[in-house]
Design a protein around this ligand. Sequence first.
Ligand code: CTP
Length: 471
Amino acid sequence: MTFKEAIQDPVFHMIAEAASKKEVSSYVIGGFVRDFFLERQTPKDIDVVTVGSGIDLAREFASMLDEKPKVSVFKNFGTAMVKTQDLEVEFVGARKESYHFDSRKPVVEDGTLEDDQNRRDFTINALALSLNKEDFGRLLDPFDGMKDLEKKIIRTPLDPEITYSDDPLRMMRAIRFASQLNFRIEPASLKAIKDNKKRIKIISRERIVDELHKIMLSDRPSVGLSLLYKTGLLKLILPELTALQGIEEKEGQRHKDNFWHTLEVVDNISQNTDDLWLRWAALLHDIGKAPTKRFDDNAGWTFHGHEFVGSKMVYRIFKRMRMPLNEKMKFVQKMVLLSSRPIVLAQDIVTDSAVRRLIYDAGEDIDDLMTLCEADITTKNPRRFKKYHHNFKIVRDKIAEVEARDHVRNFQPPVDGQEIMDTFNIPPSREIGIIKDAIKEAILEGEIPNEYEAARKFMLEKGKSLGLKPA
Ligand code: CTP
């Protein structure tokens, strides 16, 4: 679709007509225009700025639509939103903004289109298209935003020190756009972000996380993550992660830099999954390595128990960042906890019982766990790289084979506690747990098949060994 065609969408003509009725000028601005020129999928939300009342224009526009949609008015922000079909059109009056040091909520006064473009975060977000009769579709680009789009540069319309200090969320946005669009942040902006990094504290964690998620969902999240690191923001947001940075050497032994390794793992996994939480699992999979690092005279550098420590840290990080403390967090914890299991398995002889245990522990998430572990292979030694991938292929094949035969993925014991109580005529007691565990172990070890008859027979024998008699 060409630009001329896009702007011919009836919705734009209707906004133009509404504006002309109200005798105000109006413009499409922001993400819609940017993404249109970048040939990205144009967003379903359209921002319209009018030199007049955004709320009045929204009401006029809504009244002209057949479906007469509701106008959602946000009085405090002087904005109004109208949903029509699958579009959300947000109207705002052109404004000038000034900020207090301790808040990102500006003091607002009416302004011109130019004032409004000045208050925007980036030149590529300040592009405006006229919806006025006399020059419908004309591009108003006072800051050379088009050039920045071509050169792939993130730049602020005004002095970056002011733009970022006014609204420190923009530091996150700059890095997010650089990551999403694969753009460069111009040096003055980068410096201003470094200078203002501490001001991130006035931004709510929810907003920071929103931007982090967008970075995590970009094609190569390492672009954004390394910018967060270089500007010093990451240390303020996720110090657990920057604690992984660095290589120590003792008695000629070095360990790898687990921070840069993690970024590679995140990029690797992003080639194979769009699942946000699996990507987060990749980001946090080695998080327990900083607090567990030790140097052992015999073994060299060790990180004993880092998976367990790491999975506990996931909870603390999610809580602090106000991320959901639900099954998503549990999934990330589980991935971190199990993240070393497949490689340990692959380094040894791949036995059926080890595979059965892995499937039992990972359950439904076994495929995601394998995807994570394959992404974890970042060795630059081609021989080892090949060997690890080959071993994982063996593990995957074995998983499929064992799963088809033994069905342990959603393991339900073939004999349950009630049956044990009924069989031996005993009340709830310690013995029931012992027998249940023994049955599970026997199945996982491959001593008995995962079937009712075999499990019942095993239960009777186990009961007998505990001095129980069938009723
Ligand atoms: N904007 C800004 N400063 C912010 C947030 C937004 O100047 N902290 C301006 C920008 O001009 C932006 C517009 O408001 O283009 C709309 O913001 P938003 O909908 O949050 O972002 P988009 O640019 O549309 O991009 P995306 O939808 O990818 O977030």
